[in-house]
Design a protein around this ligand. Structure first.
Ligand code: MD5
Ligand code: FE
Length: 203
């Protein structure tokens, strides 16, 4: 079920499935210290996805813009440390997709409840433009929208299920992408939720 999408982009089908319970426990540990919250875009819209972070820096958005910040603005404290099980998984997945030596310093945790979506965007706030992004999905299934270099490129729809890991780097690193609204349902492990972890090398 591995799927090469284009040069630099691939889905490793079920790569994280055998670790799902341990991953969820680690997610819950991070979220206990840094609860997921609905960020506001610079344009003033409340995001439907609830977000948190772990690692040296975390991605935040507010009326002033998007940025990576070592401090959680809600608590005034550093983001929780990245659990070893996260770092290990991200390094192994990147290597399996051809990106040896990946060293993530940030992990964005996205929590989707049914109906939540992510509109088409590029990830371009990371200073390191050579490193890939590793994306781990748990819980309810989703449809990734995966476009091209230009916002106007018609996106492909890619079904992503519990345990799938996707890696985007090289020529695919700045592809436009998004997530369709998550359909209602319940997953045996996560309930009415989809989690996505994105591992990034920011600095
Ligand atoms: C998600 N998160 O499912 C997605 C997973 C984000 C975000 O997009 O910025 O938090 S990453 C999905 C993705 C799809 C296709 C291309 C790329 C990423 N990419 O080129 O970086 O919550
Ligand atoms: Fe993204």
């Amino acid at each position: 079920r591995d799927q090469a999408l284009s040069p630099g982009a691939m889905v490793l089908g079920g790569f994280a499935r055998d670790m799902d319970r341990d991953l969820l426990a680690a997610i819950e540990g991070v979220l206990a210290d840094a609860p997921p919250r609905h960020l506001v875009t610079p344009g003033g819209r409340r995001m439907s996805v609830a977000m948190s972070n772990c690692g040296g820096v975390g991605w935040v958005s507010d009326r002033r813009g998007y940025r990576y910040d070592p401090i959680d603005p809600e608590s005034g404290r550093h983001w929780p440390a990245m659990p070893d099980i996260f770092t290990d998984l991200a390094i192994r997945a990147a290597a399996a997709a051809g990106f040896a030596g990946f060293a993530p310093d940030a992990c964005l945790i996205n929590r989707y409840e049914p109906g939540a979506r992510l509109s088409l965007h590029q990830d371009r706030d990371e200073r390191d433009r050579a490193a890939p992004i590793v994306s781990v999905s748990l819980g309810l299934p989703a449809t990734f929208l995966w476009g091209g270099e230009k916002r106007s490129d018609r996106p492909r729809r890619i079904r992503i299920v519990h345990g799938d890991v996707a890696v985007w780097g090289g020529p695919a690193r700045f592809a436009f992408h998004g997530v369709e609204p998550v359909a209602d349902g319940a997953h045996p492990l996560t309930g009415r939720a989809r989690y996505n972890l994105t591992f990034r090398k920011v600095f």
